[in-house]
Ligand binder design. Structure first.
Ligand SMILES: Nc1ncnc2c1ncn2[C@@H]1O[C@H](COP(=O)(O)OP(=O)(O)OP(=O)(O)O)[C@@H](O)[C@H]1O
Ligand SMILES: [Mg+2]
Length: 228
């Protein structure tokens, strides 16, 4: 589905070059569930931003399998996308979940969830009902996000990340703001929901316990990504 080849990313700070990601290689197949751990500042969010085509590497490729896009016959390198192509890729292929929910407070829970589905024109009511059931948020759909607890808001953010049925879900510390009990519950729900929908999941987490819920555990340290 996505193949990362020799990815390199650095930032220049006060004239000094810092290599954040060094020769990263990773293959993400349909339905895979992958967690990425690593110290603060090790480059986990940077890597997710590259996968979401929100940022570009210095060198290397991220090949998107042509089978995901009927209009393409060859694999495409998302690092070479124009802004328009990157927008399309994010709209149709990727779901994003952020650490701080990023829900829109002035519209209802349901309107938040439906945003990506409406943008892509992929509104399937049966699927949305399934998602609401799986995440246990049916009774909250007419509320505003700030009328929900942190754990409930995060479950809404998961539903929003999945409402347009993306083949890939990228989650940056999706339970980082929750207490350990809710973190365990919500991350289990996230992994189970992706499995049920055959959505590939790449999840950044600080918690070893949460990481153990995914099929593959990877660790980012000193620019290198290794499987643990
Ligand atoms: N736009 C930028 N310009 C310069 N340096 C940056 C930029 N974005 C990130 N960095 C640096 O790159 C390094 C990796 O940042 P990143 O946000 O990817 O870390 P992280 O592993 O996600 O950390 P955390 O666990 O704290 O979220 C950090 O040292 C950070 O200061
Ligand atoms: Mg981060």
């Amino acid at each position: 589905m996505l193949a990362l080849k020799n990815l390199q990313k650095s930032y220049t700070d006060a004239g000094e070059k810092h290599t954040i990601l060094n020769n990263i290689n990773l293959t993400i197949n349909a339905g895979d569930s992958i967690s990425i751990q690593g110290a603060s500042g090790s480059g986990k969010s940077t890597l997710l931003h590259l996968l979401a085509a929100l940022d570009k590497p210095d060198s290397g490729e991220i090949l998107l399998n042509s089978s995901l896009d009927e209009t393409q016959t060859e694999n495409q390198d998302i690092t070479q996308f124009t802004e328009r192509q990157a927008d399309q890729y994010r709209q149709f292929q990727v779901g994003l979940i952020f650490q701080k929910f990023n829900l829109i407070d002035c519209i209802t829970v349901m309107e938040n969830i439906m945003l990506p589905a409406k943008i892509t024109g992929k509104v399937e009511h049966e699927y949305i009902q399934e998602l609401l059931n799986a995440l246990g948020i049916k009774s909250h759909i007419n509320k505003l996000p700030n009328q929900l607890s942190g754990g409930e808001q995060q479950r809404v953010a998961i539903a929003r990340g999945l409402s347009h049925q993306p083949p890939l879900l990228l989650a940056d510390e999706p339970t980082g703001n929750l207490d350990s009990k809710n973190s365990d519950l919500v991350s289990q729900l996230l992994v189970d929901t992706c499995k049920q929908l055959n959505t590939a999941l790449v999840m950044v987490t600080h918690s070893r316990k949460v990481a153990m819920l995914t099929q593959q555990q990877w660790y980012l340290d000193d620019g290198s990504l290794t499987r643990i």
